[in-house]
Design a protein around this ligand. Structure first.
Ligand SMILES: O=P(O)(O)OC[C@H]1O[C@H](OP(=O)(O)OP(=O)(O)O)[C@H](O)[C@@H]1O
Length: 171
């Protein structure tokens, strides 16, 4: 079985994501103006839409990448494959804001940084292995945290702690 580097989860709510994106926008006001936004799909799409609203940017493009593939056990912590660019951009990114939700190992960001060397590259969240590849992020998490975004999760009923402990003791 492949080594799993993730020891802990970070669960980001919609409200937290929105608040963090607005914090990013306040910092971006001092960096622009930008000609447009390039969202790294899919994770960058929702942050890019929120940033576009706050900075009043209406020119929005995408670069489409795929870097993870499903693991055999259906876990969200899927196994890494090579980064593939499914749709590129026909310029070097000068004057553009490049947005993704997360830089983790930095594999995706490194490939895209080479394609768009002049873009201003931001993510909401970053882990140490990828932090240097982007220009700005809002929060940093340690490498062993797995970040769940609001679109990855669902609200569901959780039994009271007393019942859960009892069930654990019996089982
Ligand atoms: O730094 P890395 O280790 O490359 O990981 C970060 C990348 O992984 C996620 O995308 P993912 O490949 O899961 O695709 P998705 O956004 O389409 O779900 C995320 O949106 C980043 O693009």
């Amino acid at each position: 079985m492949e080594h799993n580097p993730y020891r802990d989860d970070v669960v980001i709510s919609w409200a937290e994501l929105h608040r963090d994106t607005r914090r990013l926008c306040h910092e971006l006001m001092a960096k622009g103006p930008f000609k447009g936004i390039i969202a790294i799909a899919r994770g960058g799409l929702i942050p890019a839409a929120l940033v576009a609203r706050e900075l009043e940017i209406r020119l929005i493009d995408t670069i489409c990448a795929a870097s993870y593939e499903s693991s055999d056990d259906d876990s969200a912590q899927t196994q890494r494959k090579e980064v593939r660019i499914l749709k590129g951009i026909e310029h070097d990114g000068e004057g553009y804001l490049l947005i993704d939700d997360l830089v983790d190992t930095g594999n995706t960001a490194r490939v895209i940084r080479q394609l768009l060397p002049k873009a201003y590259f931001v993510t909401l969240y970053a882990k140490p292995m990828g932090r240097q590849v982007v220009d700005l992020c809002v929060k940093e998490f340690s490498q062993d945290k797995w970040v769940y975004f609001p679109w990855d999760i669902d609200y569901q009923f959780v039994p009271p702690i007393k019942k859960r402990l009892k069930a654990e003791q019996q089982g």
